[in-house]
Design a protein around this ligand. Structure first.
Ligand code: NI
Length: 172
């Protein structure tokens, strides 16, 4: 396994930008997906978006059953085309915001359209945990973090922790 990539932490501007749409499906996408998967495994996460590794492109991986590369969902230019009015609330965390968790309400089920590494389009209906991860990763591609979706009271509680994270990042 190659060295895992560094995961950008809260405070890094790239996490707040809007990622660029992928227009060319070249051979570099395969290795990028592989390294994202390796980084995800190393970090014991379930999803990772390209801006989190410093690549501001609309690319994300989702792996609700970790450590099986074949089951990894590799998404290029994903977009949600339908989502349920019904929502679920569940605690979330993010590899870019270590030590912070909080309950987020999201659509209980969604339909997402995305391209694979060769540019072919796929449509996926997802519910439950999978739907949640996909929504979380697509948020990343729009510069949105799960903390933006927390209640006002919860945001007030984690304010100090976030400040600490952002300052730690600046020191590097
Ligand atoms: Ni995240």
């Amino acid at each position: 396994m190659a060295t895992p990539l560094d995961i950008m932490k809260y405070g890094d501007k790239i996490l707040r930008g809007k990622s660029e749409k992928v227009l060319e499906f070249g051979p570099e996408l395969g290795p990028l997906f592989r390294r994202m998967w390796e980084t995800l495994i190393e970090a014991r996460g379930v999803g990772l978006a390209a801006p989190q590794i410093g690549v501001p492109k609309q690319i994300a991986v989702v792996d609700p059953e970790p450590e099986d590369e074949k089951k990894l969902i590799k998404m290029v230019n994903p977009r949600i085309v339908a989502s349920s009015k019904e929502t679920d609330s569940l605690e979330e965390g993010c590899l870019s915001i270590p030590g912070v968790r909080g309950e987020v309400a999201r659509a209980a089920n969604i339909t997402v359209v995305y391209q694979d590494e060769s540019g072919s389009e796929h449509k996926l209906y997802a519910e439950g945990f999978l739907a949640r991860i996909i929504q979380h990763e697509i948020d990343h591609l729009n510069g949105v973090l799960f903390i933006d979706r927390l209640s006002f009271a919860k945001r007030a509680l984690i304010k100090g922790k976030l400040k600490e994270l952002a300052e730690r990042d600046k020191e590097k």
